[in-house]
Design a protein around this ligand. Structure first.
Ligand SMILES: Nc1ncnc2c1ncn2[C@@H]1O[C@H](COP(=O)(O)OP(=O)(O)OP(=O)(O)O)[C@@H](O)[C@H]1O
Ligand SMILES: [Mg+2]
Length: 344
């Protein structure tokens, strides 16, 4: 059922037609009984007096059909019980006919008026309903709507901020990682450039520390043979030995393809012997001749040789297809005396 139909029936007694017919019937019957009860007072004078309200009630609350039922019941009931001859439907004279006609006319008028005012009421109700809806819609739009728009804008700004913060947090974490990595690298580079252990404790600590790090970085297994009673040497000799080991291991990693390396350091009364060997592919004949003619090999071996020469020692390189061995001999004699001889 549509909204307008509901509104049209809003002043009806009930939406059920049978109920409305029954109501019209009972109201009319009650009106007839009431008029009959008034008989001792009124006699056959104004027989329809109590029936008009019943018709009006039916017209207003029960609808057209029940109203017509009420009118018919009223006419028949009045004619039968109230208008002489009583208990008969016979019409005696013109006055009675005119009475019936007048009652019918007035009743129809009441029904008509009821219908018209009901329609007006329904229309007015609909209009009021529309006005109210329009007002509520405007209120919602102007108050809650505006607030919601503001809230949505705030949320969107917050979302953008949070996304930016999440990105920034990610960058900060990355940067922290980079800083830690850099600090580790700088520490390693600094220690490799000049291990602090070499000055403080000597080769017995500096060599194992360097070899351990080298093995981890290169995956080359290094075997170190270093006497426990080796003792300390001069600063220059210890540095030279450390650099020889460092350069030889670097070369093994870069050029030899050997999975292992062996370092043997021995000390006699007069000299120190340092051997670093690998089981790699060896130095090519071409490279060896380049090095022999003092051509253009790298600075590694040349630098080693030069440093050892300055300390009065010698460097030998034996290389074949089974591997390379670098042997340095360093005299334990007075270094400054040899340097003085060199300078002369
Ligand atoms: N253990 C080794 N096994 C095989 N080849 C080697 C080995 N050591 C050195 N070589 C060869 O000898 C060459 C000279 O070595 P050297 O250390 O003088 O220079 P480099 O390692 O090439 O450069 P850098 O100046 O950086 O040390 C190398 O280029 C390499 O071909
Ligand atoms: Mg080198």
């Amino acid at each position: 059922m549509t909204t307008s139909t509901i509104a049209t029936f809003s002043s009806r007694l009930s939406r059920n037609l049978a109920t409305r017919y029954a109501a019209a019937f009972f109201v009319t019957a009650a009106a007839l009984l009431a008029r009959r009860a008034l008989n001792p007072l009124l006699g056959d004078y104004v027989p329809y007096i109590t029936l008009f309200p019943a018709v009006a009630f039916s017209a207003w609350y029960c609808g057209i059909g029940p109203s017509i039922l009420s009118i018919l019941l009223s006419v028949i009931g009045a004619q039968y019980w109230l208008v002489p001859p009583v208990d008969s439907l016979r019409i005696l004279n013109t006055a009675q006919s005119v009475g019936i006609l007048l009652f019918l006319l007035v009743s129809l008028l009441i029904v008509g008026m009821g219908e018209v005012s009901l329609r007006e009421l329904s229309a007015r109700l609909l209009q009021l309903q529309d006005d109210e809806r329009r007002r509520i819609a405007r209120e919602l739009h102007d108050s809650v709507g505006q607030l919601l728009t503001g809230l949505a804008m705030n949320l969107s700004v917050m979302r953008t901020d949070i996304e930016r913060l999440i990105k920034t947090a990610g960058s900060i974490t990355d940067s922290e990682g980079l800083v830690q990595e850099m600090s580790r690298e700088i520490r390693t580079i600094s220690h490799l450039l000049h291990p602090p252990l070499l000055d403080e404790v000597g080769l017995s600590s500096a060599l194992p520390w360097y070899i351990d790090g080298f093995s981890k970085r290169s995956n080359i297994k290094v075997d170190l043979d270093f006497p426990a009673d080796f003792g300390r040497l001069s600063h220059e000799l210890e540095t030279a030995i450390f650099r020889v080991v460092q350069e030889c291991l670097t070369n093994i990693h870069r050029h030899s393809e050997s999975p292992t390396a062996r370092i043997r350091i021995k000390r006699s009364a007069t000299e120190v012997r340092v051997l670093v060997e690998d089981r790699g592919k060896g130095i090519s004949a071409e490279k060896q001749s380049e090095m022999a003619t003092d051509g253009k090999p790298g600075v590694g071996i040349r630098g080693m040789r030069e440093r050892i020469r300055q300390l009065g020692g010698t460097l030998e390189i034996e290389s074949n297809s089974k591997g390379t061995a670098v042997i340095a001999y360093l005299p334990l004699a007075n270094v400054s005396a040899l340097s003085a001889v060199d300078a002369a």
